[in-house]
Ligand binder design. Sequence first.
Ligand code: 5GP
Ligand code: ZN
Length: 110
Amino acid sequence: MGDCFFCKISSGEIPTEFLFEDDKVVAFRDIDPQGPFHILIIPKEHYTSIKEVKDKSLTGHMFSVGNRVAEDNNIENFRYIINTGEEAGQTVFHVHLHLIGGRRMTWPPG
Ligand code: 5GP
Ligand code: ZN
């Protein structure tokens, strides 16, 4: 996936501070945070959207990592978001799990 920005982040080609890394995923801060704490958890393998991820252990792992990073950072209340498709607000087409916390949330989302 030569031109995928998030592949370059997860492979280390673009230097980025990781809050978590293992052989499957990385977690790093969103460049345009929508709250005091906003991270993205992404698989190292390229998938355009969550619809492409058939491996349930990978999706489960992404959430486990999010839970752990939140706990490590004392974030007790947070929201997970996976925008899927342009109309839903997806702008980067390498699947990513948003974890946003540190402020009161409203519902429904816009
Ligand atoms: P989406 O809109 O696709 O759900 O979310 C893409 C997210 O990636 C946005 O929240 C945006 O701020 C973030 N983002 C885009 N480019 C970069 C980047 O180069 N570095 C980081 N850390 N986040 C990025
Ligand atoms: Zn990618």
